[in-house]
Ligand binder design. Structure first.
Ligand code: CMP
Length: 134
């Protein structure tokens, strides 16, 4: 059954000029791309999007970083989209991500890790809704 997830190309990957390489990988993995948009988040936008992490020690740094430059947001659709996109991205920390994954290829640190993906159906619904309103 087809499923949707929210993907972000983060400010570090945009600055590195690897949007095209990441989008090409997404298409090669069989995802359909919807609601593709480049945008800049305010600190408040980033705090709203990552509200689930509000109590984490990295919340302030994370939201500073996510509002530091343009990002690309998109809804990805295919069978098992949430798990598949997370597998293609690799582990959150690029140093632990498997060879060939996007974060291993383009990430720099646990914060500057090139891409984001929803981690569960409820989060995907929240995240897709968050950006479709703006
Ligand atoms: P992301 O998939 O966008 O979801 C939350 C983000 O918090 C995560 O990727 C990381 O980039 C970022 N982050 C920063 N520090 C940490 C940390 N210590 N543990 C987990 N995530 C972190």
């Amino acid at each position: 059954m087809s499923e949707k997830t929210l993907a972000i190309i983060k400010p570090d990957a945009v600055k590195k000029r690897v949007i095209g390489k990441i989008m090409s990988r997404i298409e090669d993995e069989g995802f359909s791309i919807h609601e593709l948009r480049m945008r800049s988040l305010t600190k408040e936008d980033a705090e709203g999007f990552y509200a689930v992490h509000r109590d984490k020690i990295f919340f302030s740094d994370l939201t500073d970083f996510m509002s530091s430059g343009p990002i690309v947001t998109m809804v990805l659709e295919r069978e098992n989209a949430i798990k598949h996109w997370r597998a293609v991205m690799g582990a959150t920390n690029p140093a632990e991500a498997a060879p060939g994954t996007i974060r291993r290829n383009y990430g720099f640190s646990i914060e500057r890790n090139a891409t984001h993906g929803s981690d569960a159906p409820e989060t995907a619904a929240f995240e897709i809704d968050h950006f479709s309103k703006k």
